[in-house]
Design a protein around this ligand. Structure first.
Ligand code: GDP
Ligand code: IMO
Ligand code: MG
Length: 429
């Protein structure tokens, strides 16, 4: 086995961090390849809790090399903060963390733009971003002429680049918000600050694409850690209520520089119910007592922004779509313990729009907004299951719920998670 990728199949927060931590034990290298500090991945080991936004969760394992790949939008300040926090938790990363010199840098103007665009949008159109400057940074990457890559911070003309871009950005921001609720950008201050970050990060900044290909050719095992989830994919998700990268399985190759032939397994991560943070349609949302109960039992508050997550029943129409899109080999069903105590559970098996019944996922957010889910009702289970360690420890109704997911997707469920800790994991096959 060379490459294993872990992909969230919903709207993020499927507990990818927990799974990546488990798999990292058997891998030499762990790679983040898209997104940036909008992610929030949690790893729980005994009484230690690690919250990672930018660096691969696998960094917690001292044997693993961690890579922040070319497709990530990198925030040097966040990385330094995270390294400090890891060091305070006893994780040393010396000589085993590489940041791609090709990754694009989130600059202060990107964060200001993120805030302004969201504030100036009508309520209906608000994406509700994490305000980490992700979209504006990717916009400048695709636009090319005003982009800064991590390697640029180490080059002599960096101050000049910043001066040119700041001049233009101040004009754009002023045009967007003539009321000037933002402070004009100061090129000299930004340059000095970023040169300071660059000096500390210099030993970690390097070419990673060919390095990774060399490692694969030498037989090293590589784990690809997806951020966000497939329904937030810029091309295939619920556009425009998505993130700005390919967060489904199709993004692994572009973001890391590793071609498909090296990826021999894809684990699709499924939360046993649905959650979403921010705006956009969510067919199975429960804006009621049941949704509130799921939120409280699952502690569904954002790891990055602390926002309450919208909660709802599992959507098998969406899941079938994202599992195919991501090319999953098997599934991991997470947070099954959260569903204990419900008398019955519903899962959406189709959508209805007017007289039409759909079993495919609409490509337009307005159509998704119109659908009414067609539900199948499954019996719940009263028992708490956080102590279950084998398939046979699960109540029969919990087993039936998991089997229903496997049937709908047509792929085996290989893992079931019944709590945040590494130990609270069932390997099914
Ligand atoms: P990620 O973004 O996909 O890595 O997921 P998050 O870390 O944002 O959110 C998942 C949350 O659920 C974290 O607080 C985890 O510690 C926690 N968690 C992981 N697996 C389980 C589980 O099986 N049951 C419960 N109750 N919590 C879990
Ligand atoms: P992890 O990796 C859940 C959501 C935001 C917003 C939309 C766009 O922890 O699963 P952005 O800041 O990316 O431009 O915001 O995407 N979003 C996430 N939701 N989990 C995440 O990451 C997310 N990253 C972004 O809430 O709706
Ligand atoms: Mg998260």
């Amino acid at each position: 086995m060379s490459g294993l990728s872990v992909i969230g199949l919903q709207w993020g927060d499927e507990a990818k961090g927990k799974l990546v931590d488990l798999f990292a034990a058997d891998h030499d290298i762990v790679v983040r390849y898209q997104g940036g500090a909008n992610a929030g991945h949690t790893v729980v080991v005994g009484d230690k809790v690690y919250k990672l936004h930018h660096l691969p969760s696998g960094i917690v394992h001292s044997h693993a090399t961690a890579i922040v790949g070319p497709g990530v939008v990198t925030n040097p300040q966040t990385i330094l903060g995270e390294l400090e926090s890891l060091a305070s938790q006893g994780v040393s990363y010396e000589g085993r963390l590489w940041l791609s010199d090709r990754s694009h840098v989130v600059m202060p103007w990107h964060v200001v733009e993120d805030q302004l665009v969201d504030r100036l949008s009508g309520k209906e159109d608000q994406i509700g971003t994490t305000m980490r400057g992700i979209g504006p940074c990717y916009r400048d990457k695709v636009g090319r002429s005003h982009a800064i890559r991590l390697g640029d911070l180490l080059r002599g003309n960096f101050p000049q680049r910043v001066a040119e871009i700041v001049k233009l950005k101040n004009q754009i921001l002023r045009a967007m918000d003539p009321e000037s609720s933002w402070q004009p950008l100061d090129a000299a201050e930004i340059t000095q600050r970023y040169l300071g970050y660059a000096e500390t990060l210099r030993p970690m900044i390097r070419e990673t694409t060919q390095w990774l290909l060399d490692a694969l050719e030498a037989g090293q095992r590589v784990l690809f850690e997806g951020a966000q989830g497939a329904l937030l994919d810029i091309d295939h998700g619920t556009f425009p209520f998505v993130t700005s990268s390919n967060s489904s399985g199709v993004g692994v190759c572009g973001g890391s520089g590793v071609p498909p032939r090296w990826i021999d397994k894809v684990v699709g991560v499924v939360k046993a119910y649905s959650t979403r943070v921010g705006g956009g349609p969510m067919a199975t949302e429960l804006d009621n007592e049941i949704g509130q109960r799921i939120r409280e039992r699952g502690r569904e508050y954002g790891t990055t922004t602390g926002r309450p997550r919208r909660c709802g029943y599992l959507d098998l129409v969406a899941l079938r779509y994202t599992a195919r899109l991501s090319g999953v080999s098997s599934l991991a069903v997470m947070m099954l313990d959260v569903l204990s105590g419900f008398e019955e559970l519903k899962v959406a098996t189709a959508y209805r729009i007017g007289d039409t019944v759909l079993d495919t996922f609409p490509s337009h957010a307005d159509d998704l907004k119109q659908v009414t889910p067609v539900y199948e009702t499954l019996p719940g289970w009263p028992e708490e299951i956080t102590a279950a360690r084998t398939w046979d420890d699960l109540p029969v109704n919990a087993q039936a719920y998991v089997r229903r997911i496997a049937d709908a997707v047509g792929k085996p469920v290989e893992w079931v998670s019944v709590g945040p800790d590494r130990q609270q994991t069932i390997h099914c096959s």
